[in-house]
Design a protein around this ligand. Structure first.
Ligand code: UD1
Length: 427
């Protein structure tokens, strides 16, 4: 079993570059289906989720040339299938992002839903309701969702009951070729939505309002391939800034827009962290103790749920108590029990985590509960007493390129290593 081992207490400081945003790259890759020909994406992160999306695209007939580690040429000329298989979709919820593009290109799509999801299931109901308003009909056969638009896609006004990122993206992509105008009301405003709208507009779409709660899409008849650079990953950036905030010495992160972390940086300042915002970069450091601050996750521009775990690690060491409220996902406090094994004092009540700051963490063996929770455990290991061993690191590989190498370049004593004679399932 491969694990990450960290020896705590070493000086961590310096500069680190972040990659393109995972959550943007995946949707941009899916969008290439709509513009037959060769689209080049640059600043693509070299991470497991991108590899899965590559397999999804290849499976339907795309050819992908890896120009270099961060540049993909995706040729969608010969895409001739509108069906994505379960074994790929099951690996990544974001693979449902091909639903909109396939409907746009072929007027139909067959997408296996991620395990446990049925039509109407809460996790995709907004995608379904929104697409139905555009003329898409759905049925379920053998665990697959069959979607088709027998009379073509027709523009409409769709009001989302919650500003869902995935539903906004799918609707935006499905309406690019719809007859007339589509309005997405209560749309998600994440920077990744804006990046997707920018790509589609460069390809010839007519989308306005992305980044605001109302997005308008005027139908066009075709898109053409382009070259596009993926927006910098604000969550990877936030993670390394959290590392600097935790360890105290200056850490500078380059390759993203500090405005995309507006409220995170504001909260970090309230926590006693010094923040210097630059153009495309940001530096943090800390001289005094970490101070407690209440956090509640909300859709952008609110505090991102994807920064909740890393911030929990910080708040677990703050001088006092605070409450973290998770409003976006259920079950997103799985980090708390692992962090408690390292000495944190966190209790969970529904979607609130009550965090009482402790003086320090002690290194032990812990298991990544998910992508951000895994990163947050590695962070804790940087300041823990002794050795921390983090298992289930495939979660971390899904979304962070070279996480260990980047932390090592900042001075951390960290390595990937094999634990002989231990199986993941045994833990
Ligand atoms: C995306 C991001 C994820 C981030 C999240 C919120 C990707 C690949 N992932 O996920 O990292 O944490 O945005 O910023 O981009 N929901 C429904 N019905 C729906 C759709 C969503 O109930 O039809 C619920 C979900 O179960 C979840 C919440 O709404 O509880 C947020 O989901 P959504 O904004 O759609 O997030 P994702 O697009 O899945």
């Amino acid at each position: 079993m491969e694990v990450i081992q960290i020896e705590g207490g070493h000086r961590v400081t310096g500069e680190v570059n972040v990659e393109g945003a995972k959550n943007s790259a995946l949707k941009l890759m899916a969008a290439t289906i709509m513009a037959p020909g060769v689209t080049t994406l640059t600043n693509v992160p070299n991470i497991a989720d991108v590899h899965v999306m590559g397999k999804v695209l290849k499976n339907i007939g795309a050819r992908i040339e890896v120009v270099n580690e961060h540049e993909l040429r995706i040729d969608t000329s010969d895409v001739d299938s509108w069906e994505t298989p379960y074994h790929l979709v099951a690996q990544m919820r974001a693979s449902t992002a091909v639903l909109g593009p396939l409907l746009s290109r072929f007027g139909r799509a067959i997408v296996a839903m991620p395990g446990g999801c049925n039509i109407g299931a809460r996790s995709i109901d907004m995608h379904i309701l929104g697409l139905e308003a555009l003329g898409v009909e759905f049925s379920v056969k053998h665990g697959n969702i069959h979607a088709s638009a027998p009379h073509g896609l027709v523009g409409n006004t769709v009001t989302l009951s919650f500003a869902s990122v995935g539903a906004t993206e799918n609707l935006m992509m499905a309406s690019v070729f719809a007859k007339g105008t589509t309005t997405i009301d209560n749309a998600a405003r994440e920077p990744e939505i804006v990046d997707l709208a920018n790509l589609l507009n460069e390809m010839g779409a007519k989308i306005s309002g992305a980044g605001s709660p109302v997005i308008e899409i005027e139908g066009v008849s075709e898109l053409h391939p382009v070259t596009h650079r993926v927006v910098g990953d604000r969550i990877e950036a936030g993670t390394f800034l959290a590392v600097g905030a935790l360890t105290g010495e200056p850490v500078t992160v380059r390759g993203f827009a500090p405005l995309h972390l507006g409220i995170v940086l504001k909260k970090y300042e309230q926590m006693g962290i010094s923040v210097e915002r630059g153009t495309g970069c940001c530096t943090v450091w800390r001289e005094g103790p970490l101070l407690p601050t209440d956090i509640q996750t909300l859709p952008f521009p609110g505090f991102p749920t994807d920064m909740q775990a890393q911030t929990m690690t910080l708040l677990a060491l703050a001088k006092g108590s605070c409450v973290i409220t998770e409003n976006i996902f259920e079950n997103r406090f799985m980090l708390a029990s692992e962090l408690s094994r390292m000495g944190a004092d966190i209790s969970i009540e529904g979607h609130h985590a009550i965090v009482h700051g402790v003086d320090g963490f002690s290194g032990t063996q812990v298991k990544s509960p998910d992508l951000r929770g895994g990163a947050a455990l590695v962070m804790a290991g940087l300041v823990a007493d002794g050795i921390t061993t983090v298992s289930a690191i495939h979660h971390i590989d899904r979304g962070y390129e070279g996480f260990v190498e980047k932390l090592a370049s900042l001075g951390a004593r960290i390595r990937r290593t094999e634990l002989p004679d231990v199986d993941e399932e045994d833990l």
